[in-house]
Design a protein around this ligand. Structure first.
Ligand SMILES: CC(C)(COP(=O)(O)OP(=O)(O)OC[C@H]1O[C@@H](n2cnc3c(N)ncnc32)[C@H](O)[C@@H]1OP(=O)(O)O)[C@@H](O)C(=O)NCCC(=O)NCCS
Length: 235
C-alpha cells in the first residue's frame, strides 16, 4: 500500500458480500486527501475541470475509494493505474490490457467504489443517504406497486434502480421508471433481489437485451444506519 497517512477514522474499507465476490472500499468525502498521492497527471487535470468544491471533494473521494480498492484487491498501485470512463461514463481501469469494471458512487459524507473480485463486467453500485423525499418525487420515479411510506424502503428502491442502470452502463440516460422492482418484504438491514424480482422496459430493456439478458441480482445493506448501499451484479 503506497497511500500514506491513511486516516482510519475517515477512510474505511468494507468487504461486504465477500461471498458474492464483490469488493468495496468507502472513503469520507470530507477527508483531507492529497491528490499527489493517488492521482496520475491526467487525473489531476480532470480534477481541475471540476469547478465546484463539493464536486471536487466527492470526485476525489470516489477516486480514493477506487484506488484503494484496486490496490487491495487487484495489486495496482494508485499512481500506476488510471480510472477511465467508457463512452457513457461507466468507470473502468486496465490491468495487463484487461478491463476491470468499477462502479463509483457518492452521497453527502461518503464515497464508495466497487468491483467484482474478478473484474467482471456487469457491476453497478450506489450509495444514498436515507432522508425524507416529497410525494411528487415518488410519483416521478416509482411505479405504484413500488410505493412505500417507509423512507428507508424508498431509498433502497431508488438506490437499487440506480445500481441496475449503472450495471447496464447507461446511468440516468434511461428513466428510473424503466425498472420495476418487486420488494415485497424488504429486510432492510441487508436484502437481496433475484432476477425474477426485476422487470425492465424502455431503454433499460433495450440495453438488457443487447447485453444478452444477464441474470442480475441486487444486494443492499444499511451503512452507519444512515445510508443505503446497493449492488447490482450478474452472478
Ligand atoms: C450514473 C448516474 C446514474 C449517477 O447518478 P448520481 O446518483 O448523481 O451519482 P452517484 O454518485 O451515485 O454516481 C456517480 C458516478 O457514476 C458513474 N457513472 C457515470 N455514468 C455512468 C454510467 N453510464 N454507467 C455506470 N456508471 C456511471 C461515475 O463514476 C460517477 O462518479 P464520478 O463522476 O465521480 O466518477 C448519473 O450521474 C448519470 O446517469 N450520468 C450519466 C448521464 C448524464 O450525465 N446525464 C446528464 C444529465 S441528463
Amino acid at each position: 500500500m503506497c497511500i500514506r497517512d491513511r486516516d482510519k477514522s475517515s477512510v474505511f474499507s468494507l468487504s461486504v458480500f465477500e461471498e458474492k465476490k464483490i469488493c468495496t472500499e468507502v472513503s469520507a468525502v470530507g477527508a483531507d486527501i492529497n491528490p499527489d498521492t493517488i492521482l496520475t497527471k491526467k487525473e489531476k487535470k480532470i480534477l481541475t475541470t471540476h469547478k465546484f468544491e463539493k464536486r471536487r471533494r466527492e470526485w476525489l473521494a470516489g477516486r480514493l475509494a477506487a484506488k484503494l480498492l484496486l490496490n487491495r484487491f487487484f495489486q495496482l498501485k494508485p499512481l500506476n493505474c488510471e480510472i477511465l470512463r467508457d463512452e457513457n461514463g461507466k468507470p473502468y481501469t486496465l490491468k495487463g490490457g484487461e478491463k476491470i469494471f468499477l462502479s463509483i458512487s457518492h452521497s453527502h459524507d461518503w464515497a464508495a467504489a466497487s468491483a467484482a473480485c474478478d473484474g467482471r463486467y456487469l457491476i453497478g453500485m450506489d450509495i444514498e443517504k436515507i432522508q425524507y423525499r416529497p410525494r411528487a418525487w415518488l410519483h416521478d420515479f416509482f411505479h405504484t406497486e413500488e410505493y412505500s411510506e417507509d423512507v428507508s424502503t424508498q431509498t433502497f428502491i431508488w438506490s437499487s434502480k440506480e445500481s441496475l442502470l449503472k450495471a447496464l452502463g447507461i446511468g440516468l440516460t434511461a428513466s428510473l421508471l424503466d425498472i420495476k422492482l418487486k420488494m415485497s418484504n424488504p429486510k432492510l438491514g441487508a436484502f437481496e433481489l433475484a432476477d425474477s424480482d426485476i422487470e425492465f422496459s424502455g431503454k433499460a430493456r433495450e440495453r438488457f437485451t443487447q447485453l444478452g439478458r444477464p441474470k442480475l441480482q441486487i444486494f443492499g445493506k444499511l451503512i452507519k444506519k444512515e445510508y443505503a448501499q446497493t449492488w447490482a451484479i450478474n452472478l
